[in-house]
Design a protein around this ligand. Structure first.
Ligand SMILES: Cc1cc2nc3c(=O)[nH]c(=O)nc-3n(C[C@H](O)[C@H](O)[C@H](O)COP(=O)(O)OP(=O)(O)OC[C@H]3O[C@@H](n4cnc5c(N)ncnc54)[C@H](O)[C@@H]3O)c2cc1C
Length: 410
């Protein structure tokens, strides 16, 4: 199967850009990433050569995504794909568990990989030097620096803009990013032997949308604080979930509840509304929160749901447990479904959502092996009709590349 897009600009204008930055890497920086008025982070598509256009069109994870449900795969979980194991776990190092987003599993695994010499560095994100609300890709070699890039950063970032710089180092590394970023890495690995050889391990989180930057700015506007004046920003962490908080130059902390960003309507990029894989089907290991019902009911020390998908994912996960970096207890996949109702809903409806965008005149993406038919068949006629009509209305109202109002997937 192939997609129906004819230009990179069309990907952006029709709302399929995920802001990963792979196009910027492919074009050697010509597709420079920049902010839109509405708080999205988008490439400049005006100066791309024909060959850059062609390469980006074939690798962009916004429009090219292949899941694990191929004809030869054994029976997989319809939502979560290949499950090597399911557990609840946390970092055994108390500081990592406390400071990280959930239980510090991603940071603890990265530490295990660095300290055992299985990788030379970790590609992840961290706060930008000159803009507390923004994030940049970082390549971390010193395990003690990993905590500078832990915690969820709930705003757009383009980590894959440095993917060729990372590969040019000729060293082995792990990638610790969002599902759409991992999809870009996988697309590259399909055509680039160097990417296959050097990227040893990929891990991701379940990702319930990337809110627009304007959502975080609004959090501070409500408190009469200029977001540009902040010297530090964290959306969660220091407990689970911890508070959303910014720090002013004089050390004053301005904070509010984690749930504020995720309650009522928020603004997000359109592609997140139709995402076929927000759960990290393609990563070696995926992890997320484990809150019954989908939202926290109080503070906890920090714990993750953990799903290794691949052989290497399982090997690294077991290695980290055996070496004492992670503490885990067995979990049933039903508990993950219960704690991620929005992801179950999105997996069941993404096929209908994508169909509605094409029915409204947008180009068709190349999404394969994602269990679309079986998941769509679980919808009632009423669910399918309402989902289709909702997405089609958004598209016909012109809501595509600019941020869209969002209030959940069901
Ligand atoms: C945009 C976003 C949406 C999320 N939605 C959900 C959800 O719907 N359900 C759920 O259970 N969990 C969600 N999470 C994940 C959750 O908040 C935790 O990040 C996850 O449980 C891992 O926790 P941890 O303590 O192991 O991570 P940590 O040890 O704190 O490490 C976090 C890792 O995530 C990477 N990271 C942080 N922000 C970004 C970003 N914007 N882009 C790319 N990489 C990033 C860091 O580089 C680091 O490697 C989301 C996270 C993000 C960033």
């Amino acid at each position: 199967m192939t997609h129906g897009f004819t230009s990179v600009r069309q990907i952006v204008e029709q709302g399929y850009c995920v802001s990963c930055g792979l196009c910027s890497a492919i074009s050697n920086g010509r597709a420079a990433m920049g902010w839109t008025a509405g708080g999205n982070y988008r490439p400049d598509t005006s100066a791309l050569s024909d060959s850059e256009e062609k390469n980006i069109l074939s690798l962009c994870p916004g429009i090219n995504l292949t899941g694990p449900f191929d004809a030869n795969s054994p029976a997989l979980d319809p939502v979560w794909g290949k499950i090597g194991d399911v557990s609840m776990g946390w970092a055994t190092d108390p500081e990592t568990q406390h400071r990280s987003s959930a239980g510090g599993v991603m940071t603890a695994i990265n530490r295990y990989l660095l300290e055992t010499g299985q990788v030379d560095f970790v590609l992840q994100v961290a706060a930008a030097q000159d803009d507390a609300l923004h994030s940049e890709p970082v390549m971390i070699r010193d395990p003690d620096d990993l905590l500078t890039g832990s915690q969820s950063r709930y705003a757009p970032v383009a980590p894959l803009k440095v993917i060729y710089q990372a590969l040019d180092l000729g060293e082995r590394f792990s990638v610790s990013l969002k599902p759409c970023d991992i999809a870009g890495v996988r697309n590259l690995q399909r055509i680039d032997g160097r990417a296959r050889d050097l990227i040893f391990y990929t891990q991701t989180m379940f990702c319930g949308t990337t809110p627009a930057r304007s959502e975080t700015e609004a959090f501070f506007d409500r408190r009469d604080v200029d977001p540009a004046s902040l010297v530090h920003m964290q959306w969660r962490g220091d407990g689970c979930p911890g508070k959303t908080k910014g720090t002013l130059p004089d050390g004053t902390i301005v904070d509010g509840p984690y749930s504020e960003l995720w309650t009522g309507k928020w603004q997000t990029q359109f592609r997140c509304k139709i995402c076929p894989d927000a759960v990290g089907l393609q990563a070696d290991l995926a992890t997320g929160d484990i809150w019954a019902g989908g939202m926290p009911t109080g503070e906890t020390p920090g714990e993750n749901a953990i799903i290794p998908h691949t052989d290497i994912g399982l090997q690294v996960y077991r290695g980290a447990v055996d070496a004492g970096y992670l503490h885990v207890v067995p979990l049933d996949i039903d508990a993950v479904n219960d704690s991620q109702p929005h992801h179950v809903a999105l997996r069941r409806t993404f096929g209908t959502r994508v169909a509605a965008t094409t029915a409204a005149g947008h180009a068709a993406p190349n999404y394969t092996n994602l269990n679309e038919t079986a998941l769509t068949a679980t919808l009632t006629d009423a669910e399918r009709d309402a989902t289709f009509a909702g997405t089609r209305e958004r598209v016909s109202k012109g809501q595509a590349d600019e941020c869209v109002d969002f209030d959940g997937f069901d």
